[in-house]
Structure formats: C-alpha cells, structure tokens
Design a protein around this ligand. Structure first.
Ligand code: UT7
Length: 336
C-alpha cells in the first residue's frame, strides 16, 4: 500500500532576537504580562529594514530538509507552501520558492490556512501521494509576521504573540504494508468566526483595496478576539484529537508525543489537562519562538526529532486551531 512518509525536516529562524523587554520599550506591555498570559519569552524577527519574505525563510529551511532527505530539487513533484504572510499579494510564495530552488516547471501551490496550514498541507500531500499524483512533496510552513504588526500599544495583544520563522518537511511515498505514515487526518473550517482573527486590508472587497484612511485606522494590521479564539481552541483541540484517534483506530496511549500549534502555552496546557496527558507528552517551544503560525508545528517537529523525542516507530499527533477559524489533527507514525 502507498504510505505517506516524512523523509527529512529542517527549520530556519531569522537572527534578530526580540525579547519581551524589547517589546516593553515600544509599547505598554511587560515581560510578566506576556509570560503569564502566553508563555512567550522571546521570538525572532527578520531584519527591520525588510527585504526578507516568507519564501526566503522557507528556502533556507527547505535546503536543510532536502539535504537530510537526500533530495535534489529535481526530485520534487509538488511544492506546498503554507503561509498567511506571503511575500506578495500574488503570486504565491510557492512559485517564488520553486524559482529559488532552480525549478522552472514543478507545480507549486499556496495554502492560506494560517495556523492549520501545515495540517491542511499534510492532508493535501497525503491525498496527492495516495492517488499517485505525486511521489515527493516538499511542504513548507513559513511566516514573516513582524513587518505586518502594529508595534504600538494599540496592537499589543497581537504584536507580542507573533514570531517569524520557517520549517520544511520532505514527504515521500513508500510502498509498505506496515502501519506507518499518515494514519489519519481531519481538517475543518468555520467561516462564521472569520472576524475573530483577521487582517482586513488590502482587500478585494474594498475599492481601493488600501487607502490613507485604512492605513491610519490600522486596517492592514491583524486584529484578534483573543478570548474567543482561546475558548474555541480549548474546546476543539480535544474534540479533533479524539476524531483522529477514532479514524486511525488507535488509542490515546499509543501516541508518543502531541505537537500542538504554538499559539499560547496556556492553550496547550489546557489541552494536556483535558486529555489527562502528562505535560511531557505535549511538546512546546513557544517560549523561544512565539507563534510562528504555519511554521509552528513543523518547527516543533524538527526540534523533537533532533532531541530524540521522535524516531523509528514513534507515533505523533499534530493538531491546532487558528484563523478561519480552521482546526485539525494529523496522526503520523514513523516507519519502524
Ligand atoms: O495562532 C492563532 C490563534 N491565536 C490564538 O490561539 C490566541 C488565543 N488567545 C490568546 O492567546 C489570549 O487571548 C491573548 C494572549 C491574546 C490575550 O490574553 P487574555 O488573557 O485573553 O487577555 P485579554 O485579551 O482578556 O486582555 C486582558 C487585559 C486587557 O486589559 P483590561 O481590559 O483588563 O484593562 C488588555 O487590554 O490585558 C490587556 N492586554 C495587555 N496588557 C499588557 C492585552 N494585551 C496586552 C499586552 N500587554 N501585550
């Protein structure tokens, strides 16, 4: 049977370290508030002068993942690029990444599913692989949030959360009868909550898409009803975890590690509590990177592999909820 296997992972963080103390100088916030409400201690941002887009970070992460997988760019059948912060309004960052990799006709698609971009990307890669449309898929999650944040007290609830970063995963078809690869994927969306976390402009429904007034009102910055998103995450994550376990026909105990999206340490602690899991089974690195949205899950995966928390035969669940709102879970088992 065709199975969808992770062959290599890689991550890349820009070098500008931004601490909570730095943010406290730019807006009315404090290290204590940020740590207590989110768990975040620091994050990395691209250089202030600009010039670095999501595809640049994605390119660096891809090179690492591909060298670990033993891939050359020509081996790639499909690029899936998950981001909410594309280099350009259009075309998608996947096309830009393909060009940076030296490819001139490999298909590339962008996934605009925010915090669940990696989950939707895994589900899409799995569908392509199992239907024989592709044998090797490069899935990238990359974000440059920092150039789009309101670094003033007006934007403090959102600005303190986000970090820039990228991670890439080389996904390959394997013919095997062992129970390995993507065991189940479940993805969902509820657009009735779209306004709970959004960036309004530039917008096709506005004419012009962005003007002086909108800029002055900060319509180009993200806004969030944090409490509503928080409540939804705490409800949906255990629900979708159960759905994925049922679909795969495996028990909670057989999952070695849960890698949730890194939106807020408190959300992940609430998830662990409601599933009756020891906190050691739920991987967190938001303390060091902040919320890197589509990059957060693969970034954590790359670290967990590096730390030896995952390896041959291990079972991991990826899950998350974010803007859309969208939510989902993917269960994956490494080949033994
Ligand atoms: O990845 C995308 C998905 N996003 C999420 O999952 C985010 C989910 N939500 C959250 O993580 C939390 O709701 C936040 C961290 C965004 C906010 O934490 P909260 O505990 O829900 O705080 P709050 O929004 O209820 O605000 C509490 C107070 C308010 O002041 P008053 O009205 O009580 O006087 C805010 O104005 O904290 C104030 N506040 C801040 N104070 C210092 C909001 N942001 C800040 C800040 N520094 N950065």
């Amino acid at each position: 049977m065709k199975k969808t296997i992770i062959k290599g992972t890689g991550r890349y963080l820009p070098s500008r370290l931004v601490t909570n103390e730095d943010l406290s100088r730019w807006m009315d916030t404090s290290n204590e508030w940020i740590i207590q409400r989110t768990g975040i201690e620091q994050r990395y941002w691209v250089p202030e002068e600009g010039g670095v887009g999501a595809s640049d970070l994605g390119f660096e992460a891809s090179k690492i993942a591909m060298s670990r997988a033993g891939w050359e760019p020509e081996d790639i059948d499909l690029i899936i690029f998950a981001t909410l912060s594309p280099d350009l309004f259009f075309p998608g960052s996947g096309c830009l990444l393909a060009h940076k990799l030296g490819l001139s006709s490999t298909p590339a698609l962008d996934i605009r599913q925010q915090c669940t971009g990696f989950l939707y990307g895994m589900a899409t890669a799995d569908a392509y692989i199992r239907s024989s449309l592709a044998k090797r898929v490069l899935l990238v999650g990359a974000e440059v949030h920092s150039t789009g944040l309101d670094i003033s007290t007006r934007g403090r609830d959102v600005a303190v959360i986000f970090g820039d970063g990228a991670a890439a995963v080389c996904i390959e078809r394997m013919e095997t009868d062992i129970k390995a690869g993507i065991l189940a994927s479940c993805v969902h969306a509820d657009g009735s909550l779209a306004e709970s976390l959004m960036t309004v402009a530039p917008a096709s429904r506005e004419n012009p898409r962005l003007d002086e007034k909108m800029l002055k009102e900060g319509k180009h910055f993200p806004t969030m009803d944090g409490r509503n998103i928080f409540k939804n995450a705490v409800r949906r994550l255990p629900e979708v975890a159960g759905e994925a376990l049922n679909k795969a026909g495996i028990s909670l105990d057989s999952v070695d590690l849960f890698i949730p999206h890194q939106a807020n340490l408190r959300i992940n602690q609430a998830f662990a509590k409601s599933m009756d899991l020891p906190e050691s089974k739920v991987y967190n690195n938001i303390q060091r990177y902040g919320n890197t949205t589509a990059a957060s899950i693969p970034l954590a995966l790359d670290e967990a592999i590096e730390k030896g928390l995952l390896g041959a035969g291990s079972t991991v669940m990826f899950l998350g909820l974010g803007a859309g709102v969208t939510w989902g879970a993917v269960l994956y088992r490494f080949p033994a």
